[in-house]
Design a protein around this ligand. Structure first.
Ligand code: NAI
Length: 695
């Protein structure tokens, strides 16, 4: 099937892109457009041309499957197509419906006229992939929208409805009816009236005090995008539209585009883009697996997690039945949900009407019988198998056949939970992260007996509630917390070896983590980990992990909420202050254990903490707990604040080179017997061939 259709009716040539799903501008489409334009140009019977797509998309832009392949550079490139389009001597009208994004909008900007459906979505979102619009968008958009609006759209990558730009020279007409018909009528009118062609390249950028405006924008953008070069270079490309002749501005855009294309930051963002899409595909679960209907959800436990989990469904318009053991806990939980919504309302993110709608979808109960009609139940009660056992047995007795029974457990064995019921195939782990109404990650824990349609339904549901799902196998801590344990062990090793909490935090924050492990610990509360360690120590008395943290807790230093943890805090202020009392606790502990200390460079701190993540990630991959290295990256980026511009721990390790990572780890291993065990490189890291990707 041809990806570009060509037909002529009443002297108007119509060029229709048909490359599902979004008319990506791959090589065959680009070639097809140029050939169609040449045909129209050469046909004396053609008076004007309409270039269009379909209702779903004029064009979503570059074909992502071509990214990083030679095809994306094959002639005609998008720039050539746009140049050919612009130089046609007959009027070309772009008829725009659906999405018109990135290269798609740049293509439309090459046409002489544009007719858009009011609902069409336009934007240049390249910045989100660490790039800038490289098909003339930075030069043409400011010429039709003005410097300020164009700069804002390009730097933020925002997508807007055509109707909001109806009064600008970007569109000649914005219509509520069929765009193709409207564009065809318009083309005929242009021919009748011999309207001169409008080429955007011939317009000037109008902006009073352009240089002063750009100066202010430069400062703001630099401050807002410390780790990403793309917003800054977007600005520099746009600035060229105001100061350079068109062709020079285009050359400048090209130069800056290539700079970004080869930047590690863009490579990382493009990796993340592909990784998030890959994570929703499970090799042995066909894409057309029939899904179970989820019309109503039950949530057990109205504590920290249960409340946040409920909000996700309420926000998506799905009714929730919230069950608690006691009325007081139920009232507290509902009160917290309401307060959260009221706070969103105060910040202008929610209207009273929306708040009322959401609260109306929430019902509460103390009786399991009220869960008979739910399609999915998520349990979020205390983290004790005994308590979970009671809940799952009660659910098994009342919930209708075919309903999905999920646990939000963060440490317990999902298979053991499934075995508590007579329907283990309906049981799955849905591990949300705190605050559950905010955090994007959802670890979906697939038990040994979990049915494929339960897994497929959970993934689809995750997308519906705006989460990023990643499937994990069953193991202690699943993907994320298991890696977090290794990260913490590495920072503990540094702490005992002579590094201070603030030096570790600072090094990791400079690497790009939003917060180092000690600031994070203070924020989350140190007592939670303490309780878990105490429980683990009764199971395994040899475990001495985080002994210093235990001592802090013994003196009531539970973190920010107690005014003291790894740092000190003044009342009402979250800024951490270095506390000599903490140094003393650490030093005493080192002295007791006879540890000789040394200094660590920032680089070694980062290497140790990040490579600990990488090594555990590789083991998780070897064991088949994660399906792909890129799934691990999604977990760490969306659930644990790993710096986005580094693309996730596994991507980062491959950028550094696995040889170099393993070599550093061997150096750390040489320092003690205990270190030798911890830093034993995973087999997968050792045997990867140079240049071979971790899969
Ligand atoms: P929480 O202590 O805040 O809430 C638990 C709630 O369950 C309480 O309101 C309690 O009254 C209720 N409950 C206890 N037994 C019950 C029963 N038999 N029937 C009905 N309700 C009962 O605990 P949180 O933090 O919400 O944790 C819940 C679960 O989520 C645990 O399995 C935990 O491991 C997991 N989790 C917690 C995260 C966190 O950051 N807090 C993150 C991810 C998972």
């Amino acid at each position: 099937m041809s990806l570009v259709l060509y037909d002529v009716v009443d002297g108007i040539a119509r060029i229709t892109l048909q490359n599902p799903p979004v008319n990506g501008l791959g090589f065959a489409v680009r070639k097809g457009i140029v050939e169609a334009l040449d045909q129209a140009q050469g046909d004396a019977a053609v008076a004007a041309i309409v270039l269009t797509g379909n209702e779903r998309a004029f064009s979503g832009g570059a074909d992502i499957t071509e990214f990083g392949t030679p095809k994306s550079g094959w002639q005609p490139t998008l720039r050539t197509v746009i140049e050919v389009l612009e130089q046609v001597s007959k009027p070309v009208v772009a008829a725009i419906d659906g999405v018109c994004l990135g290269g798609g909008l740049e293509l439309a900007l090459g046409a002489h006229f544009r007719v858009a459906a009011a609902q069409a979505k336009v934007g240049l979102p390249e910045v989100n992939l660490g790039l800038l619009p490289g098909g003339g968008g930075t030069q043409r958009l400011p010429r039709v929208l003005g410097l300020e609006t164009a700069l804002d759209m390009i730097v933020t990558g925002s997508i807007v409805k055509a109707s909001t730009l109806a009064d600008t020279p970007l569109f000649d007409r914005v219509v509520e009816t069929s765009v193709v018909e409207a564009a065809t009528e318009f083309a005929k009118e242009l021919v009748r009236q011999s309207t001169p062609l409008k080429r955007i390249r011939d317009l000037n950028v109008t902006q009073p005090d352009a240089q002063a405006f750009l100066q202010v924008a430069r400062k703001n953008i630099a401050a807002a995008s410390k780790h990403q070069p793309a917003p800054r270079l977007c600005l520099e490309a746009v600035a060229g539209s105001a100061s350079l002749p068109f062709d020079q501005g285009l050359a400048n855009e090209r130069k800056l585009f290539l700079q970004l294309m080869n930047s590690p930051e863009s490579l990382a963002l493009r990796h993340v883009f592909a990784a998030e899409r890959a994570a929703t595909k499970i090799p042995d679960v066909p894409a057309d697996t029939p899904l179970r209907d989820i019309h109503k959800v039950g949530v057990i436990g109205a504590g920290t997690m249960g409340g946040g989990i409920s909000m996700n469904f309420l926000n998506a318009g799905i009714p929730v039945m919230l069950l608690e053991a006691e009325q007081a806990a139920l009232d507290r939980g509902v009160g917290t949900i309401r307060r959260n919504y009221e706070n969103s309302m105060k910040r202008g993110r929610l209207t009273q009407e929306q708040l009322d709608e959401r609260m109306a979808l929430l019902s509460t109960t103390l009786r399991y019988e009220d869960l008979v009609d739910v399609d999915l139940v998520i349990e979020a009660v205390f983290e004790e198998l005994g308590v979970k056992e009671k809940v799952f047995k009660a659910l098994d007795a009342v919930v209708k056949p075919g309903a999905i029974l999920a646990s939000n457990t963060s440490t317990l064995n999902v298979d053991a939970i499934a075995a508590l019921t007579k329907r283990p195939e309906d049981v799955i782990g849905l591990h949300f992260f705190s605050p559950a109404n905010v955090m994007k990650l959802l670890e979906i824990v697939r038990g040994a007996k979990t049915a494929k349609d339960v897994l497929a339904t959970s993934i689809a549901l995750a997308k519906k509630i705006n989460k990023k799902p990643v499937v994990s196998g069953v193991c202690d801590g699943f993907i994320g917390n298991r890696m977090l344990n290794s990260y913490r062990a590495a920072s503990e090793e540094l702490l005992l070896g002579g590094a201070s909490p603030e030096s570790i935090d600072k090094a990791l924050e400079a690497f790009g983590f939003a917060m180092g492990p000690y600031r994070m610990g203070d924020l989350a509360g140190l007592d939670i980990g303490w309780a878990i360690r105490k429980r683990r120590q009764t199971e395994n008395p040899d475990a001495d992990f985080s002994a210093v943290a235990d001592r802090l807790c013994e003196t009531g230093r539970y973190g920010q909420k107690a005014g003291a943890g790894w740092y000190r805090y003044e009342t009402g202020n979250r800024t951490p202050i270095v506390d000599p009392a903490v140094d003393k606790i650490i030093e005493d502990y080192r002295a007791e254990k006879g540890i000789t200390t040394r200094t660590y460079t920032d680089r070694e701190i980062v290497e140790r903490c990040v490579y600990a993540l990488v090594n555990e990630g590789a083991k998780i991959l070897e064991e088949g707990i994660a399906l792909r290295a890129s799934d691990i990256d999604v977990v760490y980026l969306s659930g644990y604040g790993f710096p986005l511009h580094r693309g996730g721990p596994m991507h980062y390790a491959q950028q550094i080179g696995l040889f170099n990572v393993v070599r550093s780890m061997r150096g750390f291993a040489a320092q003690s017997d205990k270190a030798a065990e911890f830093w034993q490189p995973a087999r997968l890291l050792q045997c990867a061939e140079p240049g071979q990707a971790l899969k």
